[in-house]
Design a protein around this ligand. Sequence first.
Ligand SMILES: [Zn+2]
Length: 251
Amino acid sequence: MTDEQLLRYSRHILLPQIGIEGQENIVEARALVIGAGGLGSPAAYYLASAGIGTLVLADGDTVDLTNLQRQILHRTDSIGMTKTASAERTLGEINPECHVVALNERLSGQRLDEEVALADIVLDCCDNFATRHAVNRACVKFRKPLVSGAAIRFDGQVAVFDSRQADAPCYHCLFPEGQDVEEVRCAVMGVFAPLTGIIGTVQAAEALKLVIGCGTSLAGRLLLLDGLGMEWREIRVPRDPGCVVCGKIAE
Ligand SMILES: [Zn+2]
């Protein structure tokens, strides 16, 4: 690392659990963030400020006025820009050391596979079940750790699905496809602005820990936040041996 990097990341390097070696892991890592909205904003902020080497941000949407209440990557003068271009501008101002790859597309199929295969860590910050399941399948296929978050109204949830561990569940073990509860969208139900910040920031923390290789990840655990009572609950999530996505791989 350069002298400037040693200074910029000095408060990380001071931590014995991170140190120069852990920070080098961050600087060399490639993170894939799916969605540049309410969860992707804080997640990308912290990944960039903490020095993630390459931040691939995928989103096919354009910034509109209703996004600005919580999607803090975007500003009033970003309205009309693609979310990825707006995010690239903001993140470049925070940390020019972070190489941002802005993908103005909703990743699926072959393109999703390609990007997941290249990534060291994947953050699901999207807002729909179809994408969540597609991202999960790709992460299991390429054995990439997945940090998954969701936020609606005052309720948030966050978990890690790490298919590198034989006993860890995948997203499908927890939420089998087809049994999904009715899709609830922020556009209809509303969402408390700081809730997306809290959940997205936990996603960034888990992603960085996995990249550094420190602490204990949320693999096999689902954290649920009731933002009105400000209470966290934790649920243990077992792997489903009959899961059609990860069942065969772990055998
Ligand atoms: Zn599974």
